[in-house]
Design a protein around this ligand. Structure first.
Ligand code: TTP
Ligand code: MG
Length: 407
């Protein structure tokens, strides 16, 4: 069995703000739409700039950042609309929650895009026949869930590096998928223009063009000594063009959810075994959240039955927490709402989402005033258990219910 393999998906929504506008007003479907006046943070920008264009408007040459008057000259029939920030953010949250349902870690890097970290997930998806085939199925499921539940389309790139996954998500847009096989990253990037690499803007592109470098392959072929003379930024881009990830790609990311799922050795209708599995998953997620100092505002549970039907449900916690006991209690309620108590289950998944850092003073005060000593004592206990596990291994301290799984 393969271990420690890096696998990334990059998901990016298609013409995001325009797609949300079309969802709000289906009469716009199939028409050239320009969204103006807002930036990705949902703030007003100086009037008259295109934030995004529907693909119908793009066919006329309209694109993000273009002055509106210019876009309207290219496409006089375009409908200009925009400003539903709250709806953009709501849709974005829903998308990220669907990502968190499937991916162990989600790093949201923009309003409509995220890296999904599937590295070392053999244990999570052991029922899928081949690892890459498995992740292709998972990518299809994610896009399908987004389509069915939100009514929007997303594009996904799947690769063993973040750079290739990110470029991949753009490759077959809209509603696209691209898989870049491990070892072919450089060959995939090579014929593409410099601009396809995130981080290369207009100025940088002109700079390289003047040096006679037009494609990523040409950039990758420049000797490193020359690149070093152009500065640190050029080194990062050169590494990326050569198919490698670098710190530049990891620095901006932020973990938004922690989740785990596991398939039973054999499909089971046994409530004890199912609850034990849920306990095991909440233990793992709780430990990781405490280690990294995150609290979550929301919990979700997903189950897959013997016929491969997957359903999930989520609910907010009274206050953000990382205590296994608290997240388990809510998870158990959700599980009972999802499962009829009879159909054999194949897989159980659990996630803690909407993570906030506990060093947010306000969050801490709320928690203390609501839970007081009880919560603190519990936190102290769970942290000690984490330490024991770290020292003596995962099996040194296990709740009784987990014994169902061990046997
Ligand atoms: P992008 O993902 O860059 O663009 P997009 O989703 O509109 O189109 P694509 O299908 O090519 O991914 O940005 C996401 C949203 O952020 C976009 O819908 C609107 C907003 N945005 C701005 O407000 N100003 C900008 O300059 C850009 C690039 C995006
Ligand atoms: Mg997008």
């Amino acid at each position: 069995m393969t271990t420690s393999r890096a696998s990334w998906m990059h998901l990016d929504m298609d013409c995001f703000f325009a797609a949300v506008e079309i969802k709000l007003n289906p009469a716009l479907l199939g028409k050239p739409v320009l969204v103006g006046g807002v930036n990705p943070q949902g703030r007003n920008v100086s009037r008259g700039v295109v934030a995004t264009a529907s693909y119908e408007a793009r066919a006329f040459g309209c694109k993000s950042g273009m002055p509106l008057y210019q876009a309207l000259r290219l496409c006089p029939d375009a409908i200009v609309i925009g400003g539903h920030f709250k709806e953009y953010i709501d849709c974005s949250d829903q998308v990220m929650q669907i990502c968190a349902r499937w991916a162990p870690r989600v790093e949201q890097i923009g309003i409509d895009e995220a890296f999904l970290n599937f590295s070392n997930t053999e244990v999570l998806y052991p029922d899928l026949p081949d690892r890459q085939l498995g992740l292709k199925i998972v990518a299809a499921k994610i896009r399908d869930d987004i389509k069915k539940e939100i009514g929007l389309t997303a594009s996904i790139g799947l690769a063993s590096t973040k750079v290739a996954a990110k470029v991949g998500s753009d490759f077959n847009k809209p509603d696209g998928f691209k898989y870049i096989k491990e070892g072919t990253e450089k060959a995939f990037l090579s014929p593409l223009p410099l601009r396809d690499l995130p981080g290369i803007g207009h100025k940088m592109e002109n700079y390289f063009h003047r040096l006679g470098v037009k494609t990523l392959g040409e950039l990758a072929a420049v000797p490193i000594e020359k690149i070093e003379a152009w500065g640190k930024f050029a080194i990062n881009l050169w590494e990326a063009a050569n198919g490698a990830d670098n710190i530049w790609f990891t620095a901006r990311t932020q973990v938004k959810s922690i989740s785990r799922s596991e398939t039973f050795y054999k499909d089971t209708p046994d409530e004890n075994a199912i609850l034990a599995m849920l306990r095991k998953l909440t233990e793992k997620v709780g430990t990781e959240a405490r280690e990294q100092g995150y609290n979550g505002r929301c919990v979700y549970v997903s189950i897959r039955d013997k016929d491969f039907r997957t359903v999930s449900r989520q609910r907010g916690l009274t206050v953000p927490t990382n205590l296994t006991k608290e997240i388990y209690d809510l998870a158990e309620i959700l599980l009972h709402e999802l499962w009829d108590g009879q159909i054999p289950l194949r897989l159980v998944g659990f996630g803690l989402t909407q993570l906030t850092m506990p060093d947010n003073k306000q969050g801490e005060t709320t928690q203390l005033s609501l839970f007081g000593k009880e919560h603190d004592k519990r936190l102290e206990l769970e942290k000690r258990i984490d330490q024991l596990r770290l020292k003596y291994g995962n099996h040194s301290v296990i709740p009784l219910s987990l014994l169902y799984l061990e046997s």
